[in-house]
Every structure is written in structure tokens, then in C-alpha cells.
Design a protein. Structure first.
Length: 218
């Protein structure tokens, strides 16, 4: 009697639910690791080159999943992602080959654990590196935007002859973030209203022109 080995234990995926790469148009491709992989050698040895294309399609589509680099552990969904549509039986015939290297993972979501996903160690690393680069670019764009709004706030305060306030970098950042969160332009009236809302400062010109607590959007 042949005893089947126990299923692999789920491992903790490095990205959390919500960490996606759906807007990325470039993902790292491990060329040398793919060419020298045991997967590629085995598929060619057993003359299943058809599996190679399906596996690569799944690898590619996994980067569009949530979290990036995972796949649903569900044959109906996998059949669709693998290009078989509703032909689940055809997918199941090659499932074990096409999912070479994939195993169950646990995904974190606000402190809770999400099951029912598959992960691949190498793809997970690529996805994590790509997400870090994406997050870094987003932070850089946000920092540049914040710097621009701070500059405008400072200019408005200097125009209003509020030199002391204009020289307070922490205050400038608070006002800039307040305006950005409310999607407001850095007009004199909006800057004045922000200062009054945040710190009760009413000495900036035009503050009395902001009526009804509704600052101008410029």
C-alpha cells in the first residue's frame, strides 16, 4: 500500500492583502533561473512543453492578483486564469505539473489570516521587491507634492507679511497636509482658513472673507 505524503504546511506570504502590482507595466524576469530550472528540464524530458506555456501564463497573471504573486487555490478560478475557461477537467489534468513550486500560503489582512491562496517562493520574492520599488516611487511622488504645496503656502504667508509663520517649517507642513487632504488649492483664503482650523490663528489677511466655514477651492 502506497502512503501519500502529507500536504505541505502553509507558509506566511511576505505581502499582505491589498499589496498589489496591478498598475505596474514591468516585472523582473529571472531569465537564468528559468532556463536552468528543474521545472523546465522536467517538462522537456517528459515531452510536456504545453505545460510550460500554461505555467508561465499563471506566473505572469499571479502578479495581478491580491496580494501580488499569489494564485487562488480553486480549480474553477485557476482554469480560467490558465486559459481553459470553463474546461476545468482539462486544467485538472495538468494542474500538478503547471503548479510546480506552488504551495498553500497564509496571507495577513489587518491582523487576520486569509487562507485559500497559493504562493511560489521565487515569485513571492520578485513580487515583494517590485512592491517595495512601487511603494518607494509612490512615497517619492507624495514627498514632491508635499514640498510643492508647502512652497505655495509659504509664498502666500510671505505675501500676507506673516514672516514668522512662513519660517515655521512644521506649521507649513501641517497646513500643506490639511489642504492636500481636503483637495484644496493653496490660496490665501484657504491657507488662512487652515491656520484658523488647525491652530486658531486668525491674523492672516482675508481670514474674515472666508464665510460660513467653507473655504474657497480657488
Amino acid at each position: 500500500m502506497t502512503v501519500s505524503p502529507p500536504p505541505p504546511l502553509p507558509w506566511l506570504y511576505p505581502l499582505r492583502l491589498g499589496d498589489t502590482l496591478a498598475t505596474n507595466d514591468w516585472i523582473e524576469w529571472q531569465v537564468h533561473r528559468f532556463i536552468g530550472s528543474a521545472f523546465l528540464s522536467r517538462m522537456k524530458y517528459i515531452d510536456r512543453r504545453d505545460v510550460i506555456g500554461v505555467a508561465v501564463e499563471l506566473w505572469t497573471k499571479s502578479y495581478l492578483e491580491d496580494p501580488a504573486g499569489t494564485l487562488p487555490d480553486d480549480d474553477v478560478q485557476l482554469a480560467d486564469r490558465a486559459g481553459f475557461g470553463v474546461d476545468v477537467a482539462r486544467w485538472q489534468e495538468m494542474r500538478n505539473l503547471a503548479l510546480w513550486g506552488w504551495s498553500p500560503v497564509v496571507v495577513e489582512d489587518a491582523g487576520a489570516e486569509v487562507h485559500g491562496r497559493l504562493g511560489h517562493r521565487l515569485i513571492a520574492r520578485v513580487a515583494m521587491d517590485s512592491f517595495r520599488r512601487k511603494d518607494g516611487r509612490a512615497q517619492a511622488r507624495e514627498a514632491a507634492r508635499l514640498a510643492g504645496v508647502k512652497h505655495k503656502v509659504k509664498a502666500k504667508l510671505i505675501e500676507a507679511r506673516q514672516v514668522t509663520l512662513a519660517g515655521n517649517d512644521r506649521l507649513l507642513e501641517e497646513v500643506a497636509r490639511h489642504l492636500m487632504a481636503a483637495s484644496l488649492w493653496a490660496t490665501t483664503e484657504n491657507v488662512a482658513a487652515a491656520l484658523f482650523t488647525l491652530h486658531g490663528i486668525s491674523s492672516v489677511v482675508h481670514i474674515n472673507e472666508v464665510k460660513g466655514g467653507a473655504p474657497s477651492r480657488g
